[in-house]
Design a binder for this molecule. Sequence first.
Ligand code: F6P
Length: 439
Amino acid sequence: MVSREDLVVKSLGPCRIDSPMLPLLEQRKRSYYNVDEADRVLFDDTASALAGRGVPVDQIPGFEPAGPRRKIFFDPSKTRAGVVTCGGLCPGFNDVIRALVMELHFLYGVQRIHGFCNGYQGFIPKYKRPVLELTPQFVSQINEQGGTILGTSRGEQDPAEIVDCLERMGINVLFVIGGDGTLRGAQAIAREVEARGTKIAVVGIPKTIDNDIMFIDQSFGFQTAFSTGAEVIQTAHAEAKASPNGIGLVKLMGRHSGFIACYSSLARNDANFVLIPEVPFALDGERGFLSVLRKRVQRSGHAVIVVAEGAGQDLTPGSDERDASGNPRFNDIGVFLKQRITEDFAAANLELNLKYFDPSYFVRSVKANPFDAVYCLRLAHNAVHAAMAGRTEVVVSRWHGRFVLLPIPLAVRARHTVDPNGDLWLSVLESTGQPPVFG
Ligand code: F6P
């Protein structure tokens, strides 16, 4: 349950400085999607949820809308900004960096923008990472490439050491581009800043191909990732159809959330089976996955399987290993399924032509598609508006189609996953024809 208090965005103090964007704002008519800064974007979007709250209109929980403020907290001529990219690669990193720099420089007149390299390591002296001077000229073409010009790394670093670095360099606004682990790190930095009584705004931009951040319609990079996954599924389908008893098996990323697997599959409708972490499945038995698959191939001559990396982990021998972000290291469910399918067909004395596709890193290291490029740009613009207005411990979000400011503690409270009882999974069942339960 999300309360009104959960949605209150922290602020460094009153905004007393006229925004350099004022002339632009004065000319603008209020459009449908632009919500006035004093207004709120409702958290709930159904009549029953609103009625269920049983509170007067002014008590209904709502997000602070994102967007430029007429008065800002920081004096742009004296502002120094920092940018860092963290975690796994994601299409659009460079688009966000570019848009932050252009907006800060041209719209607000902020001249000093520093890029910290290799994630949070970039702030810690012992790593000796360089600091890049981000100018419009330096970033002008970077959105033509995938990856991140700043490099990245996994894992948190000591927030005290990070804030020491920010203070030494006189940084006032810090943009942190990353997923849930990164946002937890950003929260720790913001709290350290608060404890010291310093005035540094910490603003997140939601990155992850997994789309697993809560209270965000969609993280940037997700659409590019699933569009790329969809192309791989199409090629797997072509391979599967070309040979007798052909199977195209595609493993996609998605540790705890199967969004990429679901959306990639829905985009082309070529998948016959989609396996995700949120929906456990049995392999053996008359109604187990292997038997259903074998019958489908005997009936139709081919099949396409899409499996998310975190699916079926209970079926493979466990491991206690973790990566630098603290995520469990999974066994390769794709390789495991390939082996079990091969054994199953051999036991049934059936021909099998199985082609295994593992495009995991490919889908996240390509450059952003046009949708994500626009989304990255608009998220970045709104992150700059929020930071210059002194909002902190906040991540820019899009909620029900509107740009809003989401307090980081709420964003990291839980993980966004595919609801097995929800309409997305129903669409997958409808389009694949797979049974709702294996086993
Ligand atoms: O967190 C995003 C993600 O792409 C996951 O889907 C995947 O499990 C993970 O990163 C793998 O990242 P790496 O191998 O770089 O640690």
